[in-house]
Every structure is written in structure tokens, then in C-alpha cells.
Design a protein around this ligand. Structure first.
Ligand SMILES: NC(=O)c1ccc[n+]([C@@H]2O[C@H](COP(=O)([O-])OP(=O)(O)OC[C@H]3O[C@@H](n4cnc5c(N)ncnc54)[C@H](O)[C@@H]3O)[C@@H](O)[C@H]2O)c1
Length: 396
């Protein structure tokens, strides 16, 4: 099958298996080039391991620290004549590469919010790894079926209190326009907290502890975003921001639980704004990212998911380093994004961006190519004019 990108709004409905593999390999190469991470994790569970920050942390653990990894994700597998989602192909590529390098890598494709998948992960850890010493929690999902009530909660991206009008970009068409977002209801907030807040992370840690599969001294990390004021009504102060406050609440509770269990630790890492499948769905944010990329690339400060996770592991979590916390007890790898000069220049560009000036003032081209790379398109060394087999099976 010849596979070309088919972009529909903020999603690409096709994915290229060879391109996804090349994207994973690029990330592995980055981690290898950075050199080994001393005293790194040995046995790692990554929840949300197939794309974005979760995949990057799995690659960093396996190829930077030589860790065995178990990945949990929710992806559509390929079938005869039918494409899978990028995370499916990414995981196949990762698994083959990790095993070729002599590392254990197994995968569970299913709903991480369910009790059944938690149990499957526990059974796999018991059978293969004994215990894990790092749990990365990196889910980004539009919905969660609550395992106790059966209720399906849907997360949303809305401001709270008042409607919010701001500039946004249709990244596909290159049109800049104003968008007005109506405020969330109380139910919207509660639903978003139920999906993207900390309850499920707590349920994972409780289940792992009860089953005895968490090593004494284990670490757990989950990810958040803060960003500049221009995005606060839709992010930090919006429904997703309320979920992140709940994630921080959970981090403190899990930290206390893990400290009681062999001096472990749990914390939130605040990461940089990046093009991922999750962030491309947020209004306003892709325009901000396009400006930010322009400014950060000009200063030589640009990072993607893999640079962020490699830096988090090598300069905060392991490698004889110690976690440094902000006033809110969070680790910040968004430090370069939030630098005063970067934010000053981004804020200066923001009001001047129009459809006409988009190409000149922003890195919309970089945004688009990074977006396509998420789906395996535009990778160097991949011949997109050659037919590829869409059906790729996951190694057992
Ligand atoms: N992208 C950004 O700019 C950014 C910045 C800072 C923090 N974050 C945070 O990082 C975390 C990860 O986001 P991302 O941008 O890497 O997202 P992503 O969409 O690339 O990855 C989400 C992962 O979750 C998995 N997943 C989704 N629903 C699932 C389910 N029900 N069961 C099992 N797996 C499921 C997917 O398969 C995938 O592996 C989120 O907490 C997000 O808020 C993102």
C-alpha cells in the first residue's frame, strides 16, 4: 500500500509504519548520543508509552539507562489492508530495537483506566520482572470509563467562569482567526478532572503496591503544563488546568505513600509545550507553539519530547543528580520555554500574527512537519513512493 498523509482537522488519519519506525530510531539515536545515564531505573512501567512524552521516557529508560520496560497504551492495531495508529507502529519499532539491544520489552494494549489492564500489568510484572522501580504516568485521553461506577467521563478543553476569545490557527489551512470558547459547566470540570486528574494514577500505585510489585524506593512521575498567560484561560485556568491541580494533589499523596514504602518518591514534571496528538487538539495552543518554536529555534533552545525526557532523566532524576523543585514542589523542564527573553519575544509576536503574516512570523512550517512526523511522514531516509505493508504484528 502507498501511504500518504490524510489530515482531517487536527488529526492525521493515516500513519506510515516505516516512517514511525524511523521516528523512533531518531529518538533512540538521540539518547545513545547523549551517553549512558548513571544509576538509572532498571525496571520501568510506562503508562501511556506509545507516543509523546511516554514513548520518549520509555526510550530514555531503555537506551539511556539500559532498563527493562513494560508499556501500556491504547492504540488501534493494524489489520489486513488496514492501517494501525502511529502508537502501534512506534511500539513495534521500539520493541524490536530494545530486544535487539538485549533489553526486555513487553506491551499491553488496552484501557489503562480499567481494573483488568492494571491486573494484566501486575501479572506481567510478577511473571517477568518481579518489581518495577519507576512508574511513568503519561496518559492523555478524551475519555475515561470509571472502573467503580461504570460512568464514562469525557474531558473537554474549556475556560472557566467566562467565555474566552483568542486568536487561534487552523494549522492545516494556515488561517488565523478569533475563536470564542464558551465557559465550562461544573459537570465539564468534574468530568475533565475525572479523566485527566490524579485518581487513576493513585489507583495504579495502590494496585501495584498491594500486589507487591513496586520496588522499595520506587519513583513515579506524571506530567503537567503551565505555559504563559496568553494560554491560561484555556489551559492553566481552564478545565484541563483543574485536572492538573488534581494531578498535583495526587502527586503529594502518592509521594507520601511511596516515602512510607522504602523512601520512594512521586512528583510532577512540568514539560514544554510540544506538538503531540494531545496538544494539537487544544484551541489557541498550536498558534502559541508555532511562535514559540520560531523563537526557541532562533536561540538554539528548541527541544522535542525526547530531548525533554532525556534531560529530565539525566539532570533531575538519575545520573547522580537531585530533583530541584519550584515553590509548588514541581520539577520544571519547561525552564527554557519560560525564560524571560523567550516569553518576551513570543508575547511581542503574538498580536502581530495574522493569516498573512503566519509564515513569516511563526514556525508554522516547523509545526506542520513535526505534526506529520508524529504519524511517520517526512522522515529522512524513508521513501514514501514505495508501497509498504500496512499490517505489522506486535512482537509477542
Ligand atoms: N504535549 C504537550 O505540549 C504537553 C506539555 C506538558 C505536559 N503534557 C502532558 O504529558 C502527558 C502525555 O501527553 P502527550 O502530549 O505525550 O500525549 P500523547 O497523546 O502523545 O500520548 C498519550 C498516551 O496515552 C495513551 N492512552 C490514551 N488513552 C489511554 C487509555 N485509555 N489506556 C491506555 N493508554 C491510553 C496513548 O496510547 C498514548 O500512549 C499528559 O499528561 C499531558 O497533559 C503534554
Amino acid at each position: 500500500m502507498l501511504i500518504k498523509p490524510k489530515v482531517r482537522g487536527f488529526i492525521c488519519v493515516t500513519a506510515h509504519p516505516t516512517g514511525c519506525a524511523a521516528h523512533v530510531q531518531q529518538q533512540i539515536d538521540h539518547v545513545l548520543a547523549k551517553g549512558p545515564i548513571k544509576n538509572g531505573p532498571k525496571k520501568v512501567l510506562v503508562i501511556g508509552s506509545s507516543t509523546g512524552f511516554g514513548l520518549a521516557s520509555r526510550i530514555t529508560a531503555a537506551f539511556g539507562a539500559g532498563a527493562d520496560t513494560l508499556g501500556v497504551f491504547f492504540e488501534r492495531p493494524s489489520d489486513d489492508g488496514r492501517l494501525g495508529t502511529p502508537g502501534w507502529y512506534n511500539t513495534i519499532a521500539f520493541t524490536k530495537a530494545a530486544r535487539a539491544a538485549g533489553r526486555y520489552a513487553k506491551n499491553i494494549n488496552g484501557d489503562a483506566y480499567s481494573d483488568a489492564i492494571k491486573q494484566q500489568a501486575i501479572d506481567t510484572i510478577k511473571a517477568d520482572l518481579g518489581q518495577v522501580d519507576l512508574v511513568v504516568y503519561s496518559l492523555a485521553s478524551p475519555r475515561r470509563q470509571h472502573p467503580r461506577t461504570g460512568v464514562v467521563h469525557k474531558s473537554c478543553l474549556k475556560p472557566i467562569g467566562a467565555s474566552y476569545t483568542a486568536k487561534t490557527v487552523d494549522t492545516d489551512k494556515g488561517v488565523v482567526s478569533d475563536i470564542t470558547l464558551e465557559p465550562a459547566t461544573e459537570a465539564d470540570v468534574a468530568d475533565t478532572v475525572a479523566v485527566m486528574g490524579g485518581e487513576d494514577w493513585e489507583m495504579w500505585i495502590d494496585a501495584l503496591l498491594k500486589a507487591g510489585v513496586l520496588a522499595p524506593g520506587a519513583t513515579s512521575v506524571a506530567f503537567s503544563y503551565i505555559g504563559p498567560e496568553v494560554t491560561w484561560p484555556i489551559y492553566k485556568n481552564g478545565t484541563i488546568g483543574m485536572a492538573k491541580i488534581d494531578l498535583e494533589r495526587a502527586a503529594k499523596k502518592i509521594d507520601a505513600t511511596l516515602k512510607a514504602h522504602g523512601y520512594g518518591r512521586a512528583f510532577i514534571s512540568v514539560n514544554k509545550a510540544l506538538v503531540t496528538q494531545a496538544s494539537s487538539a487544544i484551541p489557541v495552543v498550536p498558534l502559541y507553539i508555532s511562535i514559540l518554536y520560531k523563537v526557541m529555534k532562533a536561540k538554539g533552545l528548541h527541544e522535542g519530547c525526547i530531548e525533554q525526557m532525556q534531560r529530565l532523566f539525566a539532570t533531575q532524576m538519575y545520573n547522580d543528580s537531585a530533583l530541584t523543585f519550584d515553590d509548588g514542589g514541581r520539577v520544571r523542564v519547561d525552564d527554557l520555554e519560560m525564560r524571560a527573553d523567550v516569553q518576551g519575544e513570543t508575547a511581542e509576536i503574538w498580536p502581530r500574527v495574522t493569516t498573512e503574516t503566519l509564515d513569516e512570523l511563526t514556525d508554522i512550517a516547523g509545526y506542520r512537519s513535526e505534526f506529520l512526523r508524529l504519524f511517520g511522514f517526512g522522515l529522512p531516509g524513508v521513501n514514501y513512493d514505495v508501497a509498504v505493508e500496512p499490517h505489522q504484528t506486535m512482537p509477542e
